[in-house]
Design a protein around this ligand. Sequence first.
Ligand SMILES: Nc1nc2c(c(=O)[nH]1)N[C@H]1C(S)=C(S)[C@@H](COP(=O)(O)OP(=O)(O)OC[C@H]3O[C@@H](n4cnc5c(=O)[nH]c(N)nc54)[C@H](O)[C@@H]3O)O[C@H]1N2
Ligand SMILES: Nc1nc2c(c(=O)[nH]1)N[C@H]1C(S)=C(S)[C@@H](COP(=O)(O)OP(=O)(O)OC[C@H]3O[C@@H](n4cnc5c(=O)[nH]c(N)nc54)[C@H](O)[C@@H]3O)O[C@H]1N2
Ligand code: SF4
Ligand SMILES: [Mo]
Length: 872
Amino acid sequence: MTVVATTCPYCGVGCGVMATPDGMGGAKIEGDRHHPANRGRLCSKGAALGETLSLEDRLLYPEIDGQRVSWDAALDHVAAGLRTVIAQHGPDAVAFYVSGQLLTEDYYAANKLIKGFLGTANIDTNSRLCMASSVAGHKRAFGSDTVPGLYEDFEQADLVVLVGSNLAWCHPVLFQRLDAAKRARPRMKVVVIDPRRTETCDIADLHLALRPGSDVALFNGLLTELHQRGATAADFVAEHTAGLDAALAMASAGDAGTCGLSAADLALFFDWFAKTERTVTLYSQGVNQSTAGVDKVNAIINCHLLTGRIGRPGMGPFSITGQPNAMGGREVGALSNALAAHMDFAPADLDRVGRFWGTSRLASKPGLKAVDLFDAVGRGEIKALWIMATNPVASMPNADAVRAALAACDLSIVSEAVRASDTVDACRVRLPALAWAEKEGTVTNSERCISRQRPFLPAPGEARPDWWIIAEVARRLGYGDAFAWTGPADIFREHAALSAFENEGTRDFDIGAYATLDDAGYGCLAPFVWPAPTKAAATGGRFFGGGDFFHVDRRARFVGTPVRPPEHAPDPEHPLRLNTGRVRDQWHTMTRTGKSVRLAGHRPEPTVDLHPLDAAARNLRTGDIAELRSRWGRAVFKVHVSDAVRPGDIFAPMHWTAQLSRSSKVNAAVNPAVDRLSGQPELKHTPVQVLKLPVCWHGTILARRPIMVPEVSYGARVRVAGCHAYVMAGEQSLEQAKRLLSVAVRATNPGPWVDGAKGIGAVIADGVVDAVLALSEDHDEAARDRLSPFLSMGRLTADQRAALLEGGGADDRGGEICACFGVSRAAIEAAIGAGALSLAEIGAETHAGTNCGSCRPEIRALLRGVKSRKAA
Ligand SMILES: Nc1nc2c(c(=O)[nH]1)N[C@H]1C(S)=C(S)[C@@H](COP(=O)(O)OP(=O)(O)OC[C@H]3O[C@@H](n4cnc5c(=O)[nH]c(N)nc54)[C@H](O)[C@@H]3O)O[C@H]1N2
Ligand SMILES: Nc1nc2c(c(=O)[nH]1)N[C@H]1C(S)=C(S)[C@@H](COP(=O)(O)OP(=O)(O)OC[C@H]3O[C@@H](n4cnc5c(=O)[nH]c(N)nc54)[C@H](O)[C@@H]3O)O[C@H]1N2
Ligand code: SF4
Ligand SMILES: [Mo]
């Protein structure tokens, strides 16, 4: 079998993957030892990629209004619809909503079609929810959207400051590189700035659990302190920057005391920062997803400019990107306020791009940003919307309004790989796209490294590459000449040529050296870091070490950053702040990671973290069911009481959608406030009330055939090996629940019903269990582990049948910690109990933590827990 080198389709670390197809539709997945991002490592999600390759739930044929149609019919319908809308209502009645999970070639094609030929810039991308504040902050400071540094800077730094980043779970391989570097060089310090105590704090020397949203005050305080102490790079500031005085005046008007941190912690952080030349500040969604997002970015960059710590080994501000191709999207200019190849809507840029594309119809002004774009769809101003590779009905704030907007849209089109998503359900025209493993092109990771994705499985059904779908529509609209590509290599060459077109060093993004790459060269293209201009021999490297910023005077700007409160403050009716984000083993709306049994084990259910004080005030305990209610909507979660969140804050994951849980779609409640400059939504901060739901029962169903879940207060599907699993809770009486659920179970799993003890009921046909229902007054997370073994048995023995009807074994695994080897918390605690006192000893005993390493922070936390209990 041939081994194919490709790139992981998840996070922006951009790890290289070696895939060996097994000839049966699957593949063996390993880390690529030669890829500079990961050198062979993979995290739990990457390591489980092989479990996501099945064709279950794939969209394989084009559909219009639920009917399968031919590609010709679908493409003709889309082209005719776009033509009619433009003729009747003008180009601005059309919009695209695209994604950092498109490959660069797909992304380039989408942007070229709508901006270049349909004549509107109403194309925005889910990067608006993700990177837009960093883009705007970079442009203000540098005059370009440039990430100055490289991953190796983390390893070379003496101080790494992680702001609003849960690196351990969201960029695990980079976290492991950092962890390894810190262990090799213990004088390196790590500071985590996050209102939550996350797994990332495992390697932190200092955790600043600041008041949510107060980052600007913190970095303003730091800027003031650095200036007062004279910890400044006077020459760099004088030669390469402008605007310091105004920024300092604004910064010193504020008070870092408002961040809710102890004076000692603040002083320590300021002191470390002031004294440490090699400092990297990495930031992510705790910074970007805020109504003060752009100011947070500039407040951080200001401190790096003042100290001249930018673009040199081991130092710099570093915006880590989320999606595998967030950076590629920025390169092709698919945000509504950008043009291709890092150009803007300036007259010279418009002229240049228009000439390059040979079009007279180029959009002349920026288009709508995501939140405004969906509002315009809802108002009926946008009449045709084409969504590609993103799931906005689940991932946009105020998500039910997005669903309603799509329902009202005449021509809603989605290009998707899966058949079962909230957005696919809401769109009338469904175009089947190739998925990872089948498609080819390039992606750019957070350190500007461009890598190939290569196919290793055949195209299933009638699925097609995204670029092909776009080019076919363009051809039908009469633009065939501009879209006459025969493959992604053609598109890549065009993209590279545009990056170098009349560039002469005026734009950071230049990969002109690749504009003449032939197909064979594209086929075997090795990862490379840009810039890679035609004339320079050397490629890659850092930006701005010697100044040379991209404002016309080649100076960077200090930007004054006023302290502004979040747009919606808590009020008596909504006293708590809802923070949202990610868990370790799920990716976004779970269309892919949701297929893996081993990834489901870590956080099987949608839970909300609540501080013990807030829980007590609401009479809530772990396992209870609570409603989160905001001005925009509601969602229901299982409660997890935890002092990892601050009093007054709650945290819920973004991942669950209507496909898996009708109750727990957090974005139904999340506010749509946006940063004024970037348009990025404030996904980390929604005032909510939390109310205990008076549920009378908790239930678990395991069944051989899927069931239709009845209307209950709380419910989620859980991926379990060999059966369909559901957890539920409701406000009916236990008796009513039993009737309701047994009817639901038997509708698809007919057969004799047997009642057991302790709320157990089962369908047992010919001695084989087809389904089992466990009902109890209290929550019972272990029911799944106790009962699932019976569904993998054949005909039960009398003893087995008796054990099942007694409620199964006594096994309480306490949740999965190690996804690679399926090692539960209980097993790790048992190993510790038996004397394993280090990561290595636990690994030797249980295998936990010995493969991808994503669970090591949690194992170390269990070890620390035991040690502190012993000490106490
Ligand atoms: N496992 C997993 N990994 C992923 C993804 C995934 O879905 N699953 N998605 C990828 C994508 S697209 C992205 S964008 C990245 C996101 O990666 P991260 O940004 O690291 O992840 P989040 O969990 O969204 O949020 C980060 C942290 O911001 C904190 N925060 C909230 N409010 C504030 C604040 O006011 N100030 C500060 N300083 N911090 C705050 C939150 O408590 C949270 O811990 O992850 C990528 N990696
Ligand atoms: N509350 C809250 N909401 C958030 C966030 C948060 O922190 N909190 N984070 C935001 C952020 S940072 C992000 S990036 C977004 C992510 O949100 P989304 O982009 O909406 O989430 P995904 O599940 O990644 O959606 C990608 C879709 O593309 C499909 N797909 C995969 N490969 C292909 C392909 O090759 N072609 C096509 N056409 N389709 C494909 C997948 O099946 C999936 O349905 O969520 C945002 N929403
Ligand atoms: S860190 Fe994990 S999810 Fe991110 S690219 Fe690497 S293997 Fe994929
Ligand atoms: Mo993201």
